[in-house]
Design a protein around this ligand. Structure first.
Ligand code: IMP
Length: 193
C-alpha cells in the first residue's frame, strides 16, 4: 500500500498536532453556547465515509459535550472527479435549534458542501459551520466558507487518514499523494465502460 504513494503530504505527527489545535478552537468557540442547556451539546455531523478517521480523533480533542450523527452524500462521476451530488443517507437527529459542525475530509470543488449546507440550513439549526481536514482552494468552483481548516494542500489527488481511492488506502495514517499511473488507469477504464 505504501508503495503506491508518491509523496507524503501531511505526516501523522502534523495531523495529530493540528487536530489537537482544532479541537481546542472548537471547544472554546462553543463552550458558552452549549453550556448547561439539556440536549444542546454540540452536534458533529460526519460525512461518510471519508471523515470518520478525522472525526474520531477530532471528537476526542474536544472537551465540551458533543453528540455525533452521520450523513451520506454520493457524487456521480469518475473516480477522482466530483460530479452532481445527492443524499444517500440522512441524519437521525433533528437539528432544529442545534449548534452543528459538519466534519469533512476534504473540500475540492465545493459542490458537496454547497449542497449539504443548503440541505441542512433548511432545517433551521441554531448555527452551522464546517470543519475540513484538507482544503484544495485551487479546485474550488463553488465558493464555500470553511470556518475550521486543517491544512491547505495543492491540487493533487491524496489518500489516507480516511481518504480513499476506489475505497482503498483509507487506513494509511498519513495523507499522501497517490502515484498518478494508479488512478489514471482506473479513470481510463471507467471512461471506456
Ligand atoms: P467536492 O464536492 O468537489 O468538494 O468534493 C468533495 C469530495 O470529493 C470529498 O468528500 C472526497 O470524497 C472527494 N475528494 C476530493 N478530492 C479528493 C482527493 O484528493 N482524494 C480523495 N477524495 C477526494
Amino acid at each position: 500500500m505504501q508503495n503506491d504513494i508518491a509523496e507524503i503530504l501531511v505526516t501523522e505527527e502534523q495531523i495529530q498536532a493540528r487536530v489537537a489545535e482544532l479541537g481546542r478552537q472548537i471547544s472554546n468557540d462553543y463552550r458558552d453556547k452549549v453550556a448547561g442547556e439539556a440536549g444542546q451539546s454540540l452536534l458533529l455531523v460526519g460525512l461518510l465515509r471519508g471523515a470518520i478517521v478525522f472525526l474520531s480523533d477530532l471528537m476526542r480533542a474536544i472537551d465540551i459535550p458533543v453528540q455525533l450523527d452521520f450523513i451520506g452524500i454520493s457524487s456521480y462521476g469518475l473516480g477522482t472527479e466530483s460530479g452532481a451530488v445527492r443524499l444517500v443517507m440522512d441524519l437521525e437527529t433533528d437539528i432544529a435549534g442545534r449548534h452543528v459542525v459538519i466534519v469533512e475530509d476534504i473540500v475540492d470543488t465545493g459542490k458537496t458542501l454547497s449542497y449539504l449546507l443548503g440541505n441542512l440550513k433548511a432545517r433551521n439549526p441554531a448555527s452551522l459551520q464546517i470543519c475540513a481536514l484538507l482544503d484544495k482552494p485551487d479546485r474550488r468552483t463553488v465558493p464555500i466558507e470553511i470556518k475550521y481548516v486543517g491544512f491547505e494542500i495543492p491540487d493533487k489527488f491524496v489518500v489516507g487518514y480516511g481518504l480513499d481511492f476506489a475505497e482503498g488506502y483509507r487506513n494509511l495514517p498519513f495523507v499522501g499523494v497517490l502515484k498518478e499511473h494508479l488512478y489514471k488507469v482506473v479513470l481510463m477504464r471507467e471512461a471506456i465502460l
